[in-house]
Ligand binder design. Structure first.
Ligand SMILES: [Zn+2]
Length: 268
C-alpha cells in the first residue's frame, strides 16, 4: 500500500543528529510504522517552534510529509515530555539505554506496535518509580523475547537436562544457563544464583504488574544487570554505548537504599 504524502503518527524520539547548518535528523519509533528517520528543519535555530518537541525521549504527535529520501517533520506536539527523567541522570541514562537498545535491535519501517508500547511503558515506569532497575530488566527481556532472542532458562543449553535449584552458570554465547556438569572454564561463563534464575524466568513470563510487586535486593539487582547486559551485548555483537553512561552516572548503590518490602508494591 503506497504511503500517503502526509501522515500523522504518535512516536517516541530515540535520538537525533545534526544535519547541515540548521536542521536535524530525528530517529522516531512510531506507533504503526516502526522506526524511521525524518528531517526536522530549522530546529537548531533559537526561534524554532519544533525544537522542544523533537528532543530524545519526547513522546509526541508528529505530522510528516513524504520526502524523496527522508520524510520531513511538518508538525510535532508533545504528549509527554518526561521531565522527571530528564531531571535525574540515573533515570535519564536508563531511558537513553532503552532507546538505544530499541534502535540497535530494530530495522527501519517494520511495524511493531508492541515494541512502541513497551518503550512507552518503560519510560513511564522510569519517570515514576523508585526502583528504576527492574523496568530496564523487564524491557531488555521483553525486547529479546519479542525479537526471537529469548534466553534458555529451563534446561541446560548443553545437555538439555532440566536445571536444578543449585548455582548454575550463565553463558551469553551459549544462549542461557549451563548446568554445573557442563560448565567449562571459559571467561564467558559466570555463576548464576538460584534466585537470579527465578527472577529471569519471572521477567520472561510474568506480566509487569507481577514483576513490579517483587522487591529485588541490591546484590541480586547487580547480578541480573550483569547477566542481561552480557546477553544483550552478545546478541548485538558489539558494545552498547549507553551502558557505559549508566555506569558513569550511577549513584553508589546503597544510597538508593532499596525498597522495603512494604513499599515495593507500587505499580505505575
Ligand atoms: Zn548440562
Amino acid at each position: 500500500m503506497p504511503r500517503p504524502r502526509v501522515y500523522a503518527t504518535p512516536a517516541i524520539v530515540l535520538r537525533q543528529r545534526k544535519l547541515g547548518e540548521a536542521d536535524k535528523i530525528v530517529t522516531l519509533y512510531t506507533a504503526n510504522r516502526g522506526k524511521l528517520d525524518a528531517v526536522a528543519k530549522g530546529v537548531r535555530r533559537s526561534r524554532s517552534k519544533l525544537a522542544g518537541h523533537v528532543e530524545p525521549l519526547s513522546h509526541a504527535n508528529f505530522q510528516l510529509a513524504q520526502g524523496k529520501n527522508l520524510d520531513i517533520v511538518t508538525q510535532a506536539e508533545t504528549i509527554e515530555p518526561f521531565a522527571a527523567i530528564r531531571d535525574d541522570l540515573d533515570r535519564l541514562s536508563r531511558a537513553l539505554y532503552a532507546c538505544e537498545l530499541l534502535d540497535r535491535f530494530t530495522e527501519p519501517h517494520q511495524e511493531h506496535f508492541d515494541l512502541y508500547r513497551l518503550l512507552l511503558d518503560t519510560l513511564r515506569r522510569l519517570a515514576s518509580r523508585e526502583d528504576i532497575d527492574t523496568p530496564v530488566r523487564y524491557f531488555e527481556m521483553s525486547l529479546l523475547d519479542a525479537l526471537g532472542y529469548r534466553p534458555e532458562l529451563e534446561e541446560c543449553v548443553t545437555c538439555r537436562v532440566s536445571l536444578q535449584a543449585v548455582t548454575n552458570y550463565w553463558t551469553a554465547g551459549g544462549g542461557g544457563v549451563v548446568c554445573p556438569n557442563c560448565r567449562r572454564d571459559e571467561a564467558s561463563v559466570r555463576p548464576v544464583s538460584v534466585n537470579a534464575v527465578k527472577l529471569l524466568r519471572l521477567l520472561l513470563h510474568a506480566s509487569w504488574a507481577d514483576v513490579a510487586r517483587v522487591s529485588i535486593d541490591p546484590g541480586l539487582a547487580v547480578e541480573l544487570e550483569r547477566a542481561m547486559l552480557e546477553y544483550v551485548r552478545w546478541v548485538l555483537e558489539r558494545d552498547v554505548r549507553s551502558a557505559a553512561f549508566i555506569e558513569a552516572v550511577r549513584r553508589p548503590r546503597l544510597s538508593r537504599a532499596r525498597v522495603a518490602p512494604a513499599a515495593s508494591a507500587h505499580n505505575d
